[in-house]
Design a protein. Structure first.
Length: 153
């Protein structure tokens, strides 16, 4: 699926250039009608990510790095799904996440998690946040990581 989604995502991104990544949910349009809320897809800084971790009750914290990267330290309370691992297992894990559950996703530098975030939105998830500089930026700022097993999704 990822190999098929990339060209589609690239095309959609080109068409959407200049559009905001967040929406004003529930605001009236020019006719006064209230439009349905749009999904939220946002790249966030370390500080914003930490605030979301603390405030988004029920959110899924998702690490999409390899098992080796995971073992080097991860964010406390994170679930793990290897983006580069078995494609069917990764897709099954993503499909198991309720579409209305906020997802905070990260990887090493923000690339894989950014792709995952876009895939989740395309699959119907309503609220996805990507740690823009990944865990390397998190560690670079001296923020804490832990070791140990992942939590269940």
């Amino acid at each position: 699926m990822r190999s098929l989604l990339f060209p589609l995502l690239a095309a959609l991104l080109l068409m959407a250039c200049g559009q905001a990544t967040t929406s004003h949910q529930g605001e009236p349009n020019a006719d006064g009608a209230v439009e349905a809320s749009s999904p939220i897809l946002k790249d966030v800084s370390n500080d914003e990510f930490a605030a979301l971790m603390a405030s988004k009750e029920g959110a899924l914290l998702l690490d999409v790095r390899t098992p080796e990267e995971w073992n080097d330290g991860h964010l406390g309370g994170a679930a793990h799904a290897d983006y580069w691992g078995d494609e069917a297992a990764f897709e099954a894990a993503m499909n198991a996440i309720p579409r209305d559950r906020p997802v905070l996703v990260y990887c090493e530098g923000g690339g894989r998690s950014g792709l995952t975030a876009k895939e989740l939105i395309e699959a119907g998830h309503q609220e996805v946040y990507n740690l823009e500089d990944g865990i390397s930026g998190w560690k670079g700022q001296g923020l804490p990581v832990v070791t140990g097993p992942p939590v269940a999704m």
